[in-house]
Design a protein. Structure first.
Length: 150
């Protein structure tokens, strides 16, 4: 795939699953991505679609408004005529990777981080179990030990 667009953003409203006339499931979700900063900050809305068996799974239960996600896939742009007669542009992404990267701002679905990269559901739910903390091994005050065993 030569046209790859990857970004992190926030789900704008709950995901919907629909079916094509041929019976293929399509999960649609709108994701907001803030670009710029300060007075120049803008919100870019991207309509994300997931097709096939990935769309039929539990993913819809986790993609609720406020959920932070990482999305990667093929980006396309389309133009349409709005109700007021003006021409508008829409960004659409056919997702290959869709991962939950944070917790939602509100209650509801579990706040666990559950990845679905490449359409494979997470092998285990992480739940609210405490994450082990790793001690930092960067101690620049100790002498450097360059005795490498190979």
């Amino acid at each position: 795939m030569s046209n790859v667009f990857s970004f992190t953003g926030t789900v704008g409203r709950d995901a919907e699953v629909r079916y094509t006339p041929a019976g293929m499931a399509v999960l649609n979700v709108n994701v907001a991505n803030n670009i710029g900063f300060g007075d120049k900050q803008q919100t870019l809305w991207i309509r994300v679609a997931v097709f096939g068996k990935r769309a039929e799974g539990n993913l819809q239960n986790y993609l609720k408004k406020g959920q932070q996600v990482f999305v990667s896939g093929e980006l396309s742009q389309s133009e349409y005529k709005a109700n007021d007669g003006t021409m508008r542009t829409s960004l659409e992404l056919n997702a290959n990777i869709l991962d939950l990267v944070g917790k939602r701002n509100e209650g509801g679905a579990p706040a666990a981080s559950a990845g679905t990269g490449y359409g494979s559901p997470a092998s285990s739910a992480r739940g609210n179990a405490p994450q082990p903390q790793t001690a930092s091994h960067d101690n620049f005050d100790e002498p450097y030990d360059d005795d490498i065993p190979f």
